[in-house]
Design a protein around this ligand. Structure first.
Ligand code: XMP
Length: 319
């Protein structure tokens, strides 16, 4: 915890369930699920306190991993969460049309997310509270006085005109502690061990303008990358991994014919808190296997590179 005390997950859950009951009384609470660990643990905790008076909203911005919206929505239902899935990919692609600057893309995705979320939240007419999966590093990084590197933290993004109070039960926890709380709440290790995934999703891993075609190529390549890491026993030893669509065409050759197609970059880093990160030293055999599978199976890609940069001086995401 931010104050240096060691977390007792069982006691934390009991305390927070009591605190949430006390805070919200008989009111209705809304929460935006992202598919990630923080928002899911928050939802399960709030649900434990107030049951179906927690109304969750899961927005599909079209920038999730392959099949993620369907799979995660199903998982939320299995967890007993009261959740509404909202498909809104077209609106996000329209909002990002013509944008190539990473920060403008982030802002367009963020604004569209708030618009879609608010429209849905307003339908829950008696909601008085907004629960969020804010954790301590989100707050600490937002307070940094060294200027904005990337505008990625959702702290302070409350839709003010809705006059909702905030419920943030995890706000003094680090990521590893959120996982301990999730385990205490009975969430599966396969879910708790998921790599962090940015709010704008593949939008910051698809360089330049976003189109459904580019995102489709990226989803296919990313799925092969992640499946390979899981199959070869590496996924759980890595803090964060993903593929990046690099819209640079290079010459290749397939069955004796010239190709001219895009580059996919692969990234795998270890980190504690995302402030610094080191490249994972993967076996060449694994990298060779994955480049071959991506190039032979994903149309539109004829070259794969592995990003060997650390943070600093690179960042984890390319945009
Ligand atoms: P960087 O690229 O800044 O990433 O080294 C550090 C961590 O933050 C995540 N990240 C984001 N998360 N919205 C998010 O919710 C964003 O716009 C965003 N950009 C980066 C990144 O995945 C890594 O875990």
């Amino acid at each position: 915890m931010y104050n240096g005390e060691k977390l007792n997950a069982k006691a934390f859950v009991e305390e927070q369930v009591a605190a949430i009951k006390e805070q919200v009384g008989s009111d209705v609470v809304i929460l935006g699920l992202s598919g990630g660990v923080d928002s899911t643990v928050t939802a399960v905790l709030v649900n434990k306190a107030i049951g179906d008076r927690l109304q969750c909203i899961f927005v599909d911005h079209g920038l999730l991993r392959k099949n993620e919206f369907e799979d995660v929505l199903e998982h939320y239902k299995v967890l007993g969460l009261n959740v509404k899935g909202v498909r809104a990919a077209d609106r996000f692609f329209a909002a990002c049309s013509g944008l190539t600057d990473p920060e403008l893309k982030r802002k367009a995705i963020g604004k569209t997310f708030i618009d879609v979320f608010n429209e849905e939240a307003r339908k829950v007419s008696d909601a008085k509270w907004l629960a969020q999966g804010t954790i301590w590093p989100d707050i600490a990084e937002s307070k940094s006085d060294k200027g904005t590197i990337k505008s990625h933290h959702n702290v302070g993004g409350l839709p003010e005109e809705m006059h909702l109070g905030l419920v943030e039960p995890l706000k003094y926890l680090y990521k590893f502690e959120v996982r301990e709380v999730g385990a205490e709440l009975g969430l599966a290790q396969s879910f708790l061990g998921r790599h962090p995934f940015p709010g704008p999703g593949l939008g910051v891993r698809c360089l330049g303008e976003l189109t459904p075609e580019k995102i489709h190529i990226l989803q296919e390549a990313d799925a092969i990358w992640i499946d390979t890491l899981k199959r070869e026993g590496w996924y759980d030893k890595i803090w964060q991994a993903g593929a990046i669509f690099v819209p640079v065409k290079t010459t290749g050759v397939t069955d004796g014919c010239r190709t001219y197609a895009n580059v996919i970059a692969l990234r795998a880093v270890n980190s504690v808190d995302a402030v610094t990160a080191q490249v994972v030293h993967l076996p060449w055999e694994l990298l060779d296997e994955v480049q071959n599978e991506i190039i032979s199976k994903v149309d539109g890609v004829n070259r794969v590179v592995f990003d060997i940069s650390s943070k600093p001086q690179a960042t984890i995401e390319w945009e």
